[in-house]
Design a protein around this ligand. Structure first.
Ligand SMILES: Nc1nc2c(c(=O)[nH]1)N[C@H]1C(S)=C(S)[C@@H](COP(=O)(O)O)O[C@H]1N2
Ligand SMILES: [Mo]
Length: 327
């Protein structure tokens, strides 16, 4: 397995408590405002380079870590505005602008993460305790929704593999399952049975151990906005976006493949694997091309890349599997 993620110097890595303190003023601003204030607060503190070509660096005081070189980093990242105002987050409605409008009401502190199942270490942990062991880095990844739109997003977080090292799944664990918060009082979409709540997702353990699988707490060097899955979400860049579950409160190691929300809702349309694959059409549309959010009208669609461009890094996981069957 060839993973092109160079080591980053410890000096370039920010411990989570420093990251959150440095940005406490922003968190305060976000907490104080309603959903509508989110975009304004975010815009006010955005680095000037937001949306600029990828090879910029944050100013030293604001740096959250090295720019980690992964495929996709040659592409221009989407703007803060695009990433925070074109979202899928059905807990806040099914419209693309609903999350930006309504997710501000979700209280992300206090927050705790429960870890259970087939692991040596289990329990319920305040978010601060859960995050403590991990150094934060920035990863600029392509992001591809099953609906055939895409973005390039500079996330801040830490490899999921480090979480597995921390909690030590036993040899019986073959999968890791994730669950989103269930709080209909602050997540109005959960008062409507459009999906079976809470939102659930999962990966095979070897997928979770792949260095590209990423736990996210930030965006553009800032605390993750609620509409993008604060305070903690998963990003699996070679899979369709619905695998990248938001607002995680539970992580369970299992022997059996876990039930996942979208594959349960429409098993013929959304599989457990959900690897980005131009050769496997969705039953209702082709996946051969994608629409990059913000692209010029003259370049409306671009070819979908196998495993979203991360084939070198992840293809070994699916050797011998028929990806038409395990879609
Ligand atoms: N809990 C939860 N997680 C979720 C979703 C959701 O509705 N609820 N939508 C998924 C889908 S379909 C996509 S494309 C991505 C969108 O992430 P973004 O809004 O940060 O771009 O989140 C995924 N994670
Ligand atoms: Mo999606």
């Amino acid at each position: 397995m060839a993973i092109r993620i160079p080591r980053i110097a410890p000096s370039q890595i920010t411990p989570p408590e420093v990251f959150f303190n440095r940005r406490a003023f922003l968190a305060g601003a976000l907490a104080a405002g309603a959903g509508g204030a989110l975009g304004r607060a975010g815009a006010a503190v955005l680095p000037a380079a937001a949306g600029a070509p990828l090879k910029y660096s944050y100013d030293a005081a604001d740096s959250v870590g090295a720019l980690v070189h992964v495929p996709g980093q040659d592409e221009k990242p989407n703007t803060w505005e695009q990433i925070t105002h074109y979202n899928n987050y059905y807990e806040f409605g099914t419209g693309k602008s609903d999350p930006a409008e309504y997710a501000g009401q979700l209280q992300t502190r206090p927050w705790s993460v429960a870890v259970g199942g087939e692991a040596e270490v289990t329990g319920s942990f305040p978010l601060e305790t859960f995050l403590k062991p991990y150094a934060l880095e920035e990863r600029i990844y392509r992001f591809r929704c099953v609906e055939a739109w895409s973005m390039v997003i500079p996330w801040v977080g830490f490899p999921l593999a480090q979480v597995l090292k921390q909690f030590k799944p036993t040899s019986r664990a073959k999968y890791v399952a994730f669950e989103t918060l269930y709080r209909p009082s602050q997540m109005p979409g959960q008062r409507v049975p459009i999906l079976r709540w809470p939102y659930r997702e999962g990966l095979r353990i070897d997928e979770a151990m792949n260095p590209l699988a990423f736990m996210v707490v930030g965006l553009y060097g800032r605390v993750l906005p609620n509409q993008d899955g604060a305070p903690l979400r998963l990003i699996v860049p070679w899979k369709y976006g619905f695998k990248s579950i938001k607002a995680i409160v539970r992580i369970v190691f299992t022997e059996q493949q876990p039930e996942t929300t979208w594959s349960e809702a429409a098993p013929n349309e959304y599989g457990f694997y959900a690897n980005v694959n131009p050769h496997v059409p969705h039953p209702r549309w082709s996946q051969a091309t994608e629409r990059r959010i913000g692209a010029s009208l003259f370049h409306e669609r671009q070819p979908t890349l196998m495993f979203n461009g991360y084939a070198k890094e992840v293809a070994y996981l699916y050797k011998g599997m028929n990806l038409h069957e395990y879609f």
